[in-house]
Design a protein around this ligand. Structure first.
Ligand code: UT7
Length: 327
């Protein structure tokens, strides 16, 4: 029996140049560098300048991932963009990206699962590749969270940043199903529970208020759910794949809060050296955070070919989930 696996052929990321420090924020709202660092681990975040949009960030990250994979844009037959901050209500960032890259085959669209968006997008692309609906997929997480923040609300505006990350997946028809030979996405696990929408949401939209709205969060309640749900999704995906948490080489979490990363690691007895953290430099970039962190760890030589990597996230909705891959 042959199995069509989605191999991670390349990764890429992009951040706008402009950096907003905690000290600058402390001149805008009643906060301090020490509060932000102690409660979140965040030191700075990147902010897209006026006129730079989610599609611009997505395009830069996508081009880098395609270069890394050595794949021409014309070969791409699926684009899935995870974003909560699209340029327009429609067209999707996915189809905008398709046109910018000169890709004309297959399909392009967005998925909206907020901070879990990249894990959802990866799952969609993986399943489409497994079913033979696509052969070369571009999966992007891209956000301009700065555009939906209330810059007078200290409880949220200090947490988020802008950026994009991307992965290229290619269909790999392997005739060898031994564990070592199975390279690519080994499984994804998606969850949601809409009852918790009020804890983390945006208070506007085209069909309700007619405005874009602002992000609202009851942070300490989200925090508690995050640790429990993320740990559950990690053990579930590892169990389903028949691997022990201890056998996983790297953990690439959604970057919401350094204390969440450490809390989950402690709960599952994971050494913190195995947890890729970019939250200090990027803040919470929502759907972009997992591929941004993945790219950094590949670029600095930590994640290597053949390593077993677990990605996870929790976001508004609530949505949460995990993906396991052999890189
Ligand atoms: O990405 C999607 C998932 N999102 C998350 O996972 C985020 C989860 N939540 C968190 O990361 C944390 O809950 C926060 C970082 C958002 C907040 O940290 P916390 O330790 O849970 O603080 P808190 O919300 O319980 O607030 C503690 C105090 C409050 O003051 P009082 O009521 O004790 O006097 C807040 O008003 O800290 C105050 N506070 C601030 N003080 C200075 C809230 N924001 C700030 C701020 N600067 N920026």
């Amino acid at each position: 029996m042959t199995e069509r696996l989605a191999r991670i052929a390349g990764v890429g990321a992009w951040l706008p140049d402009r950096i907003l420090t905690n000290d600058e924020l402390s001149r805008m709202v009643d906060t301090s560098d020490s509060w932000i660092r102690e409660r979140t681990g965040i030191r700075q975040r990147h902010i897209a300048p006026e006129g730079v949009t989610t599609a611009d960030l997505a395009e830069q990250a996508a081009r880098r991932a395609l270069d890394d994979a050595g794949i021409a844009p014309e070969a791409v037959d699926l684009i899935v963009v995870a974003t909560t901050t699209p340029d327009f209500t429609f067209p999707s960032v996915g189809t905008m990206l398709q046109a910018r890259l000169g890709a004309t085959k297959g399909a392009a669209f967005d998925v909206q699962a907020v901070c879990t968006g990249f894990v959802y997008a990866l799952s969609v692309a993986d399943n489409m590749i497994a079913r033979g609906q696509a052969g070369t997929a571009l999966v992007v997480g891209a956000e301009t969270m700065s555009r939906i923040l209330d810059w007078t609300d200290r409880s949220t505006c200090v947490l988020f940043g802008d950026g994009a990350g991307a992965m290229v997946l290619t269909a790999d028809q392997s005739s060898d199903n031994s564990d070592e030979a199975r390279t690519g996405i080994l499984g994804t696990y998606l969850r949601s529970d809409g009852r918790f929408k009020d804890l983390l949401h945006v208070d506007g939209g085209p069909s309700s208020t007619g405005t874009v709205g602002h992000l609202r969060m009851i942070g300490n309640q989200v925090f508690r759910h995050a640790i429990t749900n993320i740990a559950e999704s990690m053990t579930t995906i590892a169990d389903r794949a028949g691997v022990a948490i201890a056998d996983i080489d790297w953990f690439v979490p959604h970057q919401a809060n350094q204390r969440i990363l450490e809390g989950v690691a402690k709960r599952l007895s994971i050494p913190t050296e195995k947890v890729i953290s970019t939250v200090a430099d990027h803040g919470n970039t929502s759907a972009a955070s997992v591929p941004l962190a993945f790219d950094r760890a590949v670029q600095d030589g930590r994640i290597k070919r053949g390593d077993l990597v677990l990605m996870e996230a929790l976001g508004g909705g609530f949505t949460w989930g995990a993906a396991l891959a052999r890189f």
